[in-house]
Ligand binder design. Sequence first.
Ligand SMILES: *[C@@H]1O[C@H](CO)[C@@H](O)[C@H](O)[C@H]1NC(C)=O
Ligand SMILES: *[C@@H]1O[C@H](CO)[C@@H](O)[C@H](O)[C@H]1NC(C)=O
Ligand SMILES: *[C@@H]1O[C@H](CO)[C@@H](O)[C@H](O)[C@H]1NC(C)=O
Length: 505
Amino acid sequence: MKETSKDEDSWDQRDNMKSSHHPYYSLPRLITFFFAFFSVSYFLYSLQFLYSPHSSSSSCDTSPIHDSARQAQALPPPPTQTTLHHIVFGIASSAKLWHHRKNYLKVWWRPDRMRGVVWLDKPPPPPPQRDVADGQDDLALLPPVKISSNTSGFKYKNPKGDRSAVRISRIVSETFRQLDGREMRWLVMGDDDTVFVAENLVRVLSKYDHNQYYYIGSWSESHLQNIYFSYNMGYGGGGFAISYALARALERMQDRCLQRYPGLYGSDDRVQACMAELGVPLTREPGFHQFDVYGNVFGLLAAHPITPLISLHHLDVVEPIFPKTTQFQALQRLRAPLELDSASLMQQSICYDRIRSWTVSVSWGYAVQIYRGIHLPRDVETPSRTFLHWYKRADPAGFAFNTRPLTKNLCEKPFVYFLSDAAHNASTNATLSEYVLHGVPSPDCEWKIADPSRIRRVEVRKKPDPHLWDKAPRRNCCVVLPTKKKFAMEVNVGECREDEIAELR
Ligand SMILES: *[C@@H]1O[C@H](CO)[C@@H](O)[C@H](O)[C@H]1NC(C)=O
Ligand SMILES: *[C@@H]1O[C@H](CO)[C@@H](O)[C@H](O)[C@H]1NC(C)=O
Ligand SMILES: *[C@@H]1O[C@H](CO)[C@@H](O)[C@H](O)[C@H]1NC(C)=O
């Protein structure tokens, strides 16, 4: 991410200029001085154009400046890129679940770089004995914990839900009041079992102007959930973001608004009801994942939509995302690819091994699949139904996106390789990630196509691409490289070259 360093602040520059006027008049110094003087003047002159009110991108933090002040002040401060520093998190938890769920926060929370508050209903019980030893660490590793204010004055009349929904809905206002005035541009709501990819959250939010009203998130995987709640609702577990201007407006009216919807079920539908009163629609960013599914989310993560991965939720409900580990260990394994190339995490690329007639699908930093035969991109980019519907009885048509069935044909089952390691190679300036074969599908396939079970390991090379999402969305391309390594396949992943497409020629 671009970050505006302090030196670019115009006030600092002016101060530096003054302090560099030293009375040494040797010719080289004079020449240097004049050169510097003209460069700086030219720089300031061009800044005036860049940041004049008409051409500004309007994402700057300038509060309205009175005319007299404007005259005294030659230049407004330049707009700065949105960074992690501008985001404030409001995390919903409860005293009952806190000691278990805080482990999910430890996976992604960076105490030195992030700000936010965890809201509980009451003080948590003392931590279990085994945690006491690292109890001291907890304080340093986690966001501050606060107790929500008393909501017994609010009506709650939904027969199926729980009135804690009112408390959780008010986390928006309560967090806003805690941190207003401290360079907050976005308020991001999440649950204690939500894991955020903060770098990608920043990438997505920095596309929008926090001085306007934005309500950003995504809906549920379940079409029925979306019918019941709303396709206009940002699901709270997947997380949603509210721009500063909108959070301020919502804070002013939320308590009145909440009294009008005692019959609603949850907290995020209460927020949406108030958004409807404010007239603000959901801006959908499909990288927020509510994960209203059961079972194995492999199909979703192996064919992620072409958009940055922002969040994962319901991690206690779905199976660990890597086999034979706990969910916490599985999430820790994602740390390495995340640190190397967060923009590309779980991004799919599709290519073919022409000689052996295989289809290769890479979900970078997570898994590789090899299929016997040639599968077309429009199929491979569709998630396979490794997971179950939220309403377990509902049929596959109940998903809010395209899926494909798991094949019953033994020959068509993919060979799956899961991430085992990832590192950066300084001499090639590329990442090398390794994936190892998990299980072996039945050898009983009678197709006359090479058997991928000989391939035990896939090595993927890829240059990190922090600016992937500054461009129009497009899937990366991959190429199967010739290799002399035994039992291994080597694949290169990267931006598609001119005229390079996923086709077999
Ligand atoms: C919340 O407020 C109600 C009424 O004002 C009071 O009866 C109740 O004891 C309060 N609850 C807590 C936990 O303070
Ligand atoms: C880095 O890449 C070079 C060139 O492919 C290779 O020779 C070297 O072994 C790699 N280093 C590591 C640590 O993998
Ligand atoms: C290595 O790659 C990164 C990301 O593409 C780039 O910013 C950097 O300049 C490269 N460094 C070298 C030495 O090529």
